[in-house]
Structures are given as C-alpha cells and as structure tokens.
Design a protein around this ligand. Sequence first.
Ligand SMILES: *Cc1c(COP(=O)(O)O)cnc(C)c1O
Length: 220
Amino acid sequence: MIDKKFYHTLSEQLESKCVQLVAVSKTKNAEEIKSMYDEGQRIFGENKVQELLSKKPLLPSDIKWHLIGNLQSNKVKQIISNVELIHSVSSMKLLAEIEKQSKELDISTNILLQVHIATEETKSGFTPDELLSELSSGSFDNLKNTNIHGLMGMASFTHDNNQIKNEFKQLKSLFDKFKSEYSKNQDFKILSMGMSGDYELAIEAGSNMVRIGSLLFGAR
Ligand SMILES: *Cc1c(COP(=O)(O)O)cnc(C)c1O
C-alpha cells in the first residue's frame, strides 16, 4: 500500500526546493507502481535490469525509468534504449560499453557517474580522486553517444548523522569542482543523493535528486 498523503506532502516539499523525486519501485508490482503514477508520479527507479524490463511493458509509456543499481556490461545493450537515466555508471569500462552500444543503436544515453563516498567496501563507484584524474586527462571529452548529466552517491549505512552529512558534503564539493571543470557540458547538473533514511541530510548538503523507496511504498 502506498501512503498517498505522505506522497503529496513529500512531493510538494521537494518541488518547493527544486529537488526531483525518483520513486524507487524495486520489488513492488505493476499495480502498486500504477497507483503512485495515478497520484502524479512519473519518475520510477529500479535497481535490476530484468525487473525493470519486465515491469515496463505493463505500465504507461510516459513513465521515465531510471536504473539506479549495479549494471553489468553484458546487460548494457538491453537497457540503454529503455531508460531515461542510468545513475550507476561506476567504472570506465562500463562507460565505454555504454558509449559503444549507444553508437551502435544510434541513440544518446543519459548517465550519472557513481561515486564511492561510503565506508562500506561493498558499495561501488569511482573514488573522488579517480574521477578528477579521468576528467583532467580528457577521458570524458570524446563521448558522442553518452551524456554525463551529473553524479550519484550513497552515504554509509550508519546512524551517525555527522558522518552521513560529511559524506554528502564531500560529494557536493566534488560535484561543484567537476561541474566547473567540465563546463563544455551544460547538461551536467544532477546531483543524485539521498534515500528514505537520509534524504533530508542530502538536500541540506545540496542534492537535487533523491531516490526514495520504502518511505513511499512501505518496507520491502
Ligand atoms: C533501494 C535503493 C534506494 C531506495 O532505498 P530506500 O531506503 O528504500 O529509500 C535508493 N538508491 C539505491 C541505489 C537503491 O538501491
């Protein structure tokens, strides 16, 4: 069951701050997604390629699907023409594969680079140093079919709000630095950070896109 009243309160609050809401619908069925669509939500996030591809045909075609979870190179070809944005581009190898397959399909794929800001080793992404060195060595200059719209990150899973705040602040300052050095791409403006447990801290730190699942759809 979705909490409609909470959904409207949250979306108004986010709208007033110019923060976009990605409703994370992983493990939820098409019916549950449709009921949030009927409340006005259009951006939905899934973390698995197969799950996204199996739900998509069951739902209205004006939904903007975002892939937010780990993407394997061998699934790139299937997913790129089916999503508005991929949040989870976590390596140069994956980026190269997205560029190659997008060229073959003659499409432009919108992506975010995922940055590793948490302490957990299990979370993936570029380190801030890696990202800046790829940027200054020109690795992102020759992309023709892949458009980097911004950065995504996940804070550590901890109750220590100060730690979470610091991780988000670190990502925000990396975002600002990247943006100023990547001025040839005017589309670079999305900072995707914040989930159910920490979206308020993320917005305070400068997020403009939050990915919220359990608060909207109930626990998984
Ligand atoms: C599941 C997931 C979310 C949403 O998590 P909630 O805590 O349910 O809001 C956000 N981002 C990513 C990458 C996820 O996998």
